[in-house]
Design a protein around this ligand. Structure first.
Ligand code: G6P
Length: 611
C-alpha cells in the first residue's frame, strides 16, 4: 500500500526521493508526491500528481528543478478520498508551513476535522491525513516537536508519519504506530522509509521503529524517543539484500523474475534447516517441552499466505495427527477464537506487515498462545512481535502477486510438519529420511518444472479470451487450486474460482458451459481416479479442460483433457509447491497476452496495512 520516503542530507533531495518512491511502486499506489524545503524561498515546495509516479517524475524533470536537501515523498493508495492531485500526499497545513506524509488510517479524522473547521481552519482535501497536518500546525507555536507530541495525543488510529516544517528545515520528524517505518543511517545524511527496498541504493544500516516511537532526523544524527518521550538508542542492523535483488535483471516483469528465482529461494530457505540428516527448528516455541503439551495448531494468514495454511493443514494433520484449524486473519481477530497456551498459533506473512494478521497475532498472544511466525521480510513488525520467527529467506518480492514467497512459505511449513512429526514420534524413521531427501531435491525439481515454461506459455492462448475459469481439485489439489485461481484473477482480471471437485455437483456445475475453462488439478496420486471422473463430468457439459498432473499420469490425463501440464512425480509433501509454478506461469502468460499491468495489478497492494 502507501509508501513513505524521507531524506535529509547534503545532496539534492528530490531525485533521491523520486528514486526511493520508484522502489516502492510495487506496493501498489494511485498517486504520488514530494515536499522539499527550498532554501531560496524559505518555504516548502510541494508537488503532487495522480496516476503513475512517472507523471510526477516527468513534471519535475527527475527532481532536477526542485532545489533543497531535505524532503519527504509518498506514494498513495487511496482510502479516504479519490486518487487525485489534491488528495495525494504530502498533505500540508493551512499556511503551507507543515507537510505530512502518512501511511495508515486516522480513525477519528472526522471529529478532528469538525473541531478544526470550527476553529476556522479550512480543509482542502478529503483525506484523513490533512487532519494531522492541520492539527500539528494548530498546536505549533515555534516548537515542532512539542506540536507533534500534542497532536499525537489527539490522533487515534494507525500511522507512520513523516513530517517536514518550513521553520525547521534541518529536521524531519518520524512517528510510528501500527504501521511500519524504518530509519536509515547514511554518511552525512539520514532517511526514513516504509520499506527497506527504498533505501537499498543509499544505505545498508537501518533500524526499525517500534510502536509509539518518535524520531527526529537531522543530517548527522537520528534521535529517537519512546512513548514516554524518553530518549532511546535503537541499534542499527545491516540489511543483507542486494540492490539487484530488487531490480528486474533482464526479465520483462518482476513476477517472471521471481517465478524463475524459486529454485534458489527454496535452496536458501531449506538448506540451512537440514543439517546432518536432521531438520533443525529449535527455539522459544518449537521445543520438546511445548510440543508435548501442544493440543492443537491454529494457522492464521491472509491472501496467498492463507492458501499456504490450507495446504499445510493437510500435511500437518497427516504427519502429526494433531488437529489444525486455518483461519483468515480478518476473521480470526473478531471470532473470539478458542486458543490458549496449549495451542500453537502459526502466523504466515510475506511482508510481515499485514494489518489483519498483525491484529490476529496480538489477539492470539493476548489469549496466551505461543505464536510462531513464517515471514519473509526480516525485521518486520510480525517477525518482531512473535515468540519465534522462521524466515523464508526468499529475498525481496516486488511483484504484487506473490510467487517465490508462497512456495518458500509452503516448503518451510511442510518441513516444519515433518520436524514436528519426528519429535512427536508420528513418523517412521524411514519416511522421515525419505522426506528429508525429498526436501533436498526440491530446488532441482522446481528447476525442472520451470524449464517447461514455453510449453505452459502455449496453453495461455486457450485461456486469454475466456471470461470465466474454474480451478478444481481435491485435498492438496484443492489447496493448490485456491492459489492458482487467485494468481489468475489478480493479474489477468479473468473471473477465476477454486472449487473442491467433490462440491461441483452441489452448485457450480450449473455454471459450466461451452466457454468455461476448467483447470483440473490432479497431482495428488491417491485421488487421481476421482480427478479423472471430474474431468469427464465437466467435459460432458461443454467445458474446455486444461489439466495439471504428474509425469507418470500424463498419458492417461491426455486422453480426456484438452491440454495437460505436468510436474515431476514427487512425495505428497511437494506436490502443491511444485504444482504452484505451472499455475503461476499460466496466469503470467495469460495476463501477458491480455496486456495487463502484471507487476502492479489494478486496485491491489503488495502489503495491506489497513483493515
Ligand atoms: C496482499 C498481497 C498478497 C498476499 C496478501 C497477504 O493481498 O497482494 O500476495 O498474499 O496480501 O500478505 P502477507 O504479506 O501477509 O503475506
Amino acid at each position: 500500500m502507501c509508501g513513505i520516503v524521507g531524506y535529509i542530507g547534503r545532496e539534492q533531495a528530490a531525485p533521491i526521493l523520486l528514486e526511493g518512491l520508484s522502489r516502492l511502486e510495487y506496493r501498489g499506489y494511485d498517486s504520488a508526491g514530494v515536499a522539499v524545503f527550498d532554501n531560496e524561498t524559505g518555504a516548502l515546495a510541494v508537488h503532487k500528481a495522480g496516476g503513475r509516479l512517472q507523471v510526477l517524475h516527468d513534471r519535475l524533470r527527475g527532481g532536477a528543478d526542485l532545489h533543497g536537501t531535505a524532503g519527504i515523498g509518498h506514494t498513495r493508495w487511496a482510502t479516504h478520498g479519490a486518487p487525485s492531485d489534491v488528495n495525494s500526499h504530502p498533505q500540508v497545513s493551512r499556511s503551507g508551513r507543515i507537510a505530512v506524509v502518512h501511511n495508515g488510517i486516522i480513525e477519528n479524522y472526522s471529529e478532528l476535522r469538525a473541531y478544526l473547521t470550527g476553529q476556522g481552519i479550512p480543509f482542502r482535501s478529503e483525506t484523513d491525513t490533512e487532519a494531522a497536518a492541520q492539527l500539528i500546525e494548530y498546536f505549533y507555536s515555534g516548537d515542532l516537536l512539542a506540536a507533534v507530541e500534542k497532536a499525537l495525543q489527539r490522533i487515534q488510529g494507525s500511522y507512520a508519519l513523516g513530517i517536514l516544517c518550513a521553520d525547521c528545515p534541518d529536521q524531519i520528524i518520524a512517528v510510528r504506530k501500527d504501521n511500519p517505518l524504518i530509519l536509515g543511517y547514511g554518511d552525512g545524511c539520514n532517511f526514513i522509509a516504509s520499506d527497506v527496498t527504498a533505501l537499498l541504493g543509499h544505505t545498508r544500516q537501518v533500524s526499525y521503529m517500534e510502536d509509539g516511537e518518535l524520531a527526529v532526523l537531522t543530517r548527522d544524527r537520528i534521535q529517537c524517543y519512546n512513548r514516554q518521550m524518553q530518549p532511546i538508542q535503537p541499534k542499527p542492523v545491516a540489511i543483507d539484500w542486494e540492490i539487484d535483488a530488487a531490480e528486474k535483471g533482464g526479465y520483462e516483469h518482476f513476477m517472471l523474475k521471481e517465478i524463475m528465482e524459486q529454485p534458489e529461494a527454496l535452496r536458501r530457505c531449506l538448506s540451512p534447516r537440514i543439517r546432518n540428516g536432521e531438520a533443525v527448528f529449535e527455539g522459544a516455541v518449537l521445543n520438546q517441552a511445548f510440543l508435548e503439551t501442544m493440543r492443537r495448531i491454529h494457522i492464521v494468514a491472509c491472501g496467498s499466505s492463507y492458501h499456504v495454511g490450507v495446504a499445510g493443514k493437510y500435511h500437518l494433520e497427516r504427519l502429526t495427527r494433531r488437529p489444525v484449524e486455518v483461519n483468515l486473519s480478518s476473521e480470526f481477530r473478531y471470532m473470539d477464537p478458542i486458543v490458549d497456551e496449549r495451542t500453537l498459533v502459526i502466523v504466515i506473512s510475506q511482508s510481515g506487515e499485514t494489518l489483519d494478521t498483525m491484529a490476529a497475532l496480538r489477539e492470539a498472544r493476548r489469549l496466551g498462545a505461543p505464536v510462531l511466525s513464517l515471514v519473509n521480510v526480516v525485521g518486520s513488525s510480525i517477525a518482531r512481535e512473535s515468540d519465534q520467527v522462521l524466515y523464508t529467506w526468499a529475498g525481496p518480492e516486488i511483484a504484487v502477486a506473490t510467487t517465490k514467497a508462497y512456495t518458500t512459505q509452503l516448503a518451510l511449513l511442510s518441513l516444519l510438519a515433518l520436524w514436528m512429526a519426528r519429535r512427536l514420534n508420528t513418523v517412521s524413521d524411514e519416511a522421515y529420511q525419505a522426506a528429508l531427501a525429498g526436501f533436498q531435491a526440491l530446488p532441482e525439481q522446481m528447476e525442472a518444472v520451470l524449464s517447461r515454461r514455453e510449453e505452459i506459455r502455449s496453453f495461455a492462448s486457450q485461456s486469454s479470451s475466456r471470461s470465466s475459469m474454474f480451478f478444481i481439485g481435491r485435498n492438496l489439489d484443492y489447496a493448490l487450486g485456491l492459489e492458482g485461481s487467485l494468481k489468475m484473477k489478480e493479474i489477468s482480471y479473468i473471473h477465476a474460482e477454486a472449487y473442491a471437485s467433490g462440491e461441483l455437483k452441489h452448485g457450480s456445475i450449473s455454471l459450466i458451459e461451452q466457454d468455461t475453462l476448467v483447470v483440473a488439478l490432479g497431482t495428488y496420486g491417491r485421488l487421481f481416479s476421482k480427478a479423472v471422473s471430474n474431468v469427464v463430468e465437466v467435459k460432458a457439459r461443454g467445458a474446455g479442460v486444461l489439466a495439471l498432473t504428474t509425469d507418470s499420469r500424463k498419458e492417461e490425463m491426455a486422453r480426456i483433457a484438452d491440454g495437460v501440464m505436468t510436474i515431476p512425480d514427487a512425495d505428497d509433501l511437494f506436490l502443491p509447491i511444485l504444482g504452484a509454478a505451472p499455475l503461476q506461469l499460466f496466469a503470467y502468460y495469460t495476463a501477458l497476452l491480455r496486456g495487463c499491468d502484471i507487476d502492479k495489478p489494478r486496485n491491489l497492494a503488495k502489503s495491506v496495512t489497513v483493515e
